[in-house]
Each structure stands twice: as C-alpha cells, then as structure tokens.
Design a protein around this ligand. Structure first.
Ligand code: NAP
Length: 215
C-alpha cells in the first residue's frame, strides 16, 4: 500500500514509518523539512491543517502513486497543571494540535477518495487512553481525545468512500521519554502498535470503528 502519515515527525509517526516501510511505501506529511534521513518520504506542507488541498497538490506535483491509506498520528502528550488552571489559550492550542489536525486529515482522505473513484481509502486515527479516562494534568488531551472518537464516527457515518477507523493505544508507547513510567507502568512496543495498525488497515471490514490495543 501507499500510506500517507500525518504526524510523521512525531514519536508514533516516525516509529510507524520505520516498521511499516519494509512492506509499504510511506509518505510523511511534515510542516518542516526533517533533519537527516527518514523511513518515510517527507512531503513538506507547512499549512496542511489550514489547507488540506495543499497535500493533494503536493502529491500531484510529485506525480505520486495513488494513496491507499492514511494514518493520523497527530497530537502529542504532556502532564502539567490542571486543565482549567492552564487557561483558555492553552485549551485552544491543544484543540489546534489534536482535533483540528484530525479534522484536516479526514478532509484529505475524503479528497483522495474522490480522486480514487471506486477504490476505498482507509483512514486510521491514533488515539490514547486519555480519550476514555479523565487524565489529571492532561485534561485537554482527554477532552479532545474523546471528541476525536466521535469525529471518526461521524466521518464514517457520512461517507461512502473512506473506511474510517480509530486505534486507541491504551498504554504509553515504548521509547517515549515524555511518559512517566515510575511505579512499573507497562508500555506497548512500537512493533506491536505497527502490527495492529497494519491489521486494521489491511482488513478494515473486520474491525469496529474504534479498536483498543492493550498491553
Ligand atoms: N506517545 C505515546 O506514548 C502515545 C500513547 C498512546 C497514543 N498515542 C497517540 O499517538 C498520536 C501521536 O502521538 P506522539 O506521541 O507521536 O506525538 P508527538 O511525538 O508529540 O508528535 C505529534 C505530531 O503531531 C504533529 N502536530 C502537533 N501539533 C500540530 C499542529 N498544530 N498542526 C499540525 N501538526 C501538529 C507534530 O508535527 P510537527 O512536527 O509538524 O509539529 C508531530 O508530528 C496521538 O494521537 C496520541 O494520542 C501516543
């Protein structure tokens, strides 16, 4: 498959590209040119969230092969002060990093499907445990993570041409230094996440709209 990754520069996007590139062609949408070599072909589109059509234009400019699947690994992670104490500006910023990016990635999938004609485009959004648990110190991530599931459900309900799925990774993903692993918190390895992503993208019909991956 030709897979387009949004959030390719991030921990999960980069790791997925490394593990999936053996079997698939991976293009990574980034807002700035990555340093060094990457497991994905970088497509630099600084304004892809505000202008999803810019991604389609860039694929045309490169004369890229049709995209079969989209992975949205957009967002990030922090543990900080309480959500209300962090204030509205911070809440707005988190909305931009999470939900707004996922909306734009869905818009790209719709545009790709329109171009593909009868072929379905597969779309997989990554989500985390914060979307089902009220995470203290990461409150906005819980709010927008929960909304992200509904974004995917509504998008799936309203389309005939994209297979929208979500994978909730229910523990910290291995190798991310931002996670607090004191007290023996178990992680899920990147290869395990990549395998789950691959299975959902290969056989979306066999999976519910939202799937959870546990330790
Ligand atoms: N890390 C974990 O342990 C973990 C666990 C469970 C689930 N997940 C899920 O995995 C996904 C990605 O997490 P991650 O750990 O890879 O995050 P990350 O390392 O912080 O990377 C976040 C990515 O999102 C992009 N991004 C952030 N803000 C953006 C904005 N305003 N506009 C456009 N792009 C933006 C970044 O691109 P730029 O480089 O262009 O800023 C970056 O590629 C999240 O949805 C999260 O729920 C992660």
């Amino acid at each position: 498959m030709h897979i387009l990754i949004f959030g390719a520069s991030g921990h999960v996007g980069t790791g997925l590209a490394q593990h999936l590139s053996a079997d698939h062609r991976i293009s990574g949408i980034v807002r700035s040119q990555p340093e060094g070599t990457t497991a994905y072909e970088p497509l630099v589109v600084p304004d892809w969230v505000d202008r999803p059509q810019a991604v389609i234009d860039e694929l045309h400019r490169l004369d890229a092969s049709p995209v079969d699947a989209v992975i949205a690994a957009v967002g990030g992670w922090y543990v900080d002060d309480a959500m209300i104490a962090r204030g509205l500006a911070s809440f707005d910023e988190d909305y931009s990093s999470y939900l707004r990016g996922h909306f734009a990635a869905c818009a790209v999938s719709e545009a790709l499907a329109e171009e593909a004609g009868s072929a379905h485009v597969r779309h997989l959004a990554l989500n985390g445990v914060a979307s089902v648990e009220a995470c203290v110190g990461s409150g906005a991530i819980s709010v927008f993570g929960a909304a992200q599931e509904m974004l995917i459900r509504v998008a799936e309900a309203e389309t005939d041409t994209v297979d929208y799925r979500e994978l909730k990774v229910m523990a910290p993903i291995g190798g991310d230094d931002r996670n607090d692993l004191r007290g023996g918190v178990e992680t899920i390895s990147l290869p395990k996440v990549a395998e789950a992503v691959s299975v959902v993208l290969t056989r979306p019909d066999e999976h519910d709209i939202s799937t959870q991956l546990g330790v």
